[in-house]
Design a protein around this ligand. Structure first.
Ligand SMILES: [Zn+2]
Length: 698
């Protein structure tokens, strides 16, 4: 049998080999003829995506058909493995489109996204609701002891089976039809949500044309605002936007309380302006459909459904964990508010502290207590130096080298590309894209044009990882100079990137749950302000002088400053997420009322707004963090404790601990249960103490 098959394959190869290969105009239909097979961005046009998607869908459909029509009894090899390797073209085009649509979108891409999302939703449902396919998967799952499987294969089999069930494969035909309708509508709604949010973010500018209205702002912030104005064809004026690197410094330094209010109100009203981009009706509908979907699948709420597949497992566990931290943080935030009010009173201001005052008075108190502000440290955080710092840490810990390459296609001129090697051997490609622009969504994230895995024959496929941030951009006369928080964000995303680069698995599938995936990223934040690391990278951008000890000391001392606020504004958003997704009945929500009641229930003080209000909470409505935003602080239990593993040895670059972290955590991806992975690294479960101490809440 086998011999004939090989023979037939060979003859096919010979025949196709003889023909002159005709290259398609659509780059997705050819092998990428570039260094490291990076997508040939300069050849990819918007018009190529839809045909590539449609062909990708067709190919995957054929792959699935081949699995279904296989007359052999179902095995891991002919069912689960075959599924893992199905739809290669669709994966490639999805990764390219997804990355570009987030980091460099335009009206055409957005239109394609709107058209695509119901098509893709239907395609996914066609696979997961296919009964013949499900019966095969089920048979392999029920007979798993008969196959000799590796640990990774066992996990993939379990996950695949559960994913089918969780996607509705075991439902009656009538319920499957209902589910399809819900999925299709949800996919359209989340795209609309994201597009509204981008329009609202870009649609608001605080334009200043009188110099006196710039009172209090440092020179660097003013010149930044002039650059923004110029880019918007308002030369001679100053523009502040709702992008964090533009908005935050204004809130920190502007003496004009009325303008701070105007800008911050613009921010927290995004998507809530009762205009064509309003998101309230959209999220009410999403929340309702998610409850209906959960009920169909046999869960009480959407949170029950989501959390089943996380480390936390149940909503009760998440709520009780969040309450513990909330109760520790709220008194600290109240004391911070009181200190600010005291300063307002002392200055003779006859008003009550409001949310748009928080950054301003925090900055003043910080200056008074520690004689430190962001403008003092910025010159030491030139972005290139910070990146050198993170590369240095990766060298110390994992022996990785980063070499800048200029011969590799990029999707935007701002992208910097690095080849990553270890002992001279290729590890992967890292693309870093740092500055805000109108075509980029807010925030920071890490993605991949190609994930690490092995192909069907076991040959290693090398990752192409992307890191995207919205950092302070350079101006006409200054390079990009970061705040310490922005430096920390770079290290954070770099941590995700390391997990992508050091991944060492066999199969393409599998991912980490939301409440574990931030461990690799957040642990990196612990190195950014360590004196040993600062000494290496924090050099003055003009003089090259290493950051003075006195400033390092101040940075250390002020590290736990304002953590009440940071914790509470974050937790408020995490709780809001959990409240929306714990709804047990599909009701029509009044969004403003729901949000207010949810926050009142926990006693959120009026001086603080949740980090994300409902109408611009992209993470939970469009970003895959629904009932998962708590994951960041949950992971902090892990990263605070994991960093202790280094600290305890007296060496933050301890190579043995790093090797263990790579082996048990970074290299594994989603191939093992998270708690098992953690215990394999640390030898025990972590407690909440390291987190509270880390935040200065204990
Ligand atoms: Zn992250």
């Amino acid at each position: 049998m086998k011999k004939t098959l090989i023979f037939t394959l060979l003859s096919v190869l010979v025949i196709t080999g003889c023909k002159t290969e005709k290259k398609s105009d659509n780059p997705f239909f050819n092998k990428f003829d570039t260094p490291f097979e990076v997508p040939p961005f300069e050849l990819i046009k918007a018009t190529h995506f839809m045909p590539a998607y449609l062909k990708g869908i067709e190919e995957e459909r054929n792959d699935i058909k081949a699995i279904i029509n296989n007359p052999q009894p179902p095995t891991f090899e002919n069912t689960i493995k075959a599924l893992e390797y199905s739809g290669e073209l669709l994966t490639t085009v999805s990764r390219v489109f997804g990355s570009l649509n987030s980091a460099n979108t335009n009206d055409t891409l957005q239109k394609i996204n709107r058209e695509l999302s119901p098509i893709l939703s239907k395609h996914r449902d066609d696979i997961s609701l296919n009964d013949t396919l499900f019966q095969k998967v089920k048979s392999v799952f029920e007979n798993k002891d008969k196959f000799r499987l590796t640990e990774e294969e066992k996990k993939i089999l379990d996950d695949t089976y559960k994913d089918f069930v969780r996607s509705g494969a075991a439902l009656s035909p009538g319920d499957k039809e209902k589910l399809r309708k819900i999925n299709e509508e949800l996919s359209i709604l989340s795209v609309k949500f994201g597009q509204n949010l981008l329009a609202e973010t870009n649609g608001f500018n605080l334009v200043i044309d009188k110099k006196e209205d710039l009172s209090g702002l440092p020179e660097s912030v003013i010149s930044q605002a002039a650059t923004v104005a110029k880019s918007l064809k308002m030369e001679g004026k100053w523009v502040f936007t709702l992008q964090v690197p533009s908005m935050t410094p204004f809130l920190q330094y502007s003496d004009r309380r009325d303008l701070r209010e105007k800008l911050f109100t613009g921010y927290f009203m995004k998507g809530d302006n009762d205009n064509e981009y309003d998101n309230k009706a959209i999220i009410a509908r999403i929340a309702k459909l998610r409850v209906e979907r959960s009920h169909l699948l046999g869960y009480e709420s959407y949170a029950d459904f989501v959390l089943e597949r996380t480390m936390a497992k149940t909503p009760e566990k998440v709520f009780s964990f969040l309450a513990q931290v909330w109760n520790a943080a709220t008194p600290v935030a109240k004391a911070e508010a009181a200190a600010q009010q005291e300063m307002i009173n002392k200055e003779g201001g006859k008003f009550k502290l409001a949310p748009w005052d928080w950054w301003y008075y925090t900055e003043k108190i910080k200056k008074e207590r520690y004689n430190l502000d962001d403008e003092v440290t910025r010159p030491y955080f030139k972005i290139d130096n910070v990146m050198e710092g993170m590369f240095f840490v990766a060298k110390q810990l994992y022996n990785l080298d980063f070499t800048k390459r200029t011969d590799i296609p990029k999707y935007h001129p701002d992208v910097n590309t690095f080849e990553v090697t270890r002992d001279g051997k290729h590890v992967g490609i890292l693309m870093i894209d740092n500055y805000p622009r109108l075509s980029k969504r807010g925030g920071a994230w890490c993605g991949a044009f190609r994930g690490q895995s092995r192909d069907v024959n076991g040959k290693r496929i090398y990752p192409i990882v992307t890191m995207v941030t919205n950092s302070t951009p350079p101006t006409a006369d200054k390079p990009s100079l970061l705040t310490s928080e922005e430096a920390s964000t770079l290290f954070h995303e770099f941590g995700h990137a390391l997990a992508g680069l050091l991944s060492d698995k066999t199969y393409p599938g599998g991912s980490l749950p939301r409440d574990f995936v931030e461990l690799p990223s957040q642990i990196m934040e612990h190195w950014v302000l360590e004196p040993e690391v600062l000494k290496v990278y924090a050099k003055h951008y003009q003089t090259g002088e290493i950051i003075p000890e006195a400033i390092v000391e101040k940075l250390e001392k002020s590290g736990k400053f304002n953590t009440g606020f940071q914790t509470v504004e974050y937790l408020a958003a995490a709780l809001l997420d959990m409240e929306y997704h714990s709804i047990k009945e599909p009701v029509d929500l009044d969004i403003r009322k729901f949000e207010k009641e949810a926050m009142d229930k926990y006693g959120l003080i009026p001086e603080i707004k949740p980090r994300y209000r409902s109408t611009y909470f992209n993470h939970i409505w469009a970003g895959g963090y629904s009932a998962g935003y708590y994951g960041y602080i949950w992971c902090e239990i892990l990263d605070a404790d994991a960093f202790q593993a280094f600290k305890e040895t007296g060496n933050i670059f301890n190579k043995e601990v790093a090797a263990k972290f790579e082996k048990e955590i970074l290299s594994r991806g989603g191939t093992r249960d998270p708690l098992e992975m953690y215990i394999a690294f640390r030898g025990k479960e972590p407690g909440i103490d390291a987190l509270l101490i880390n935040r200065g809440l204990k």
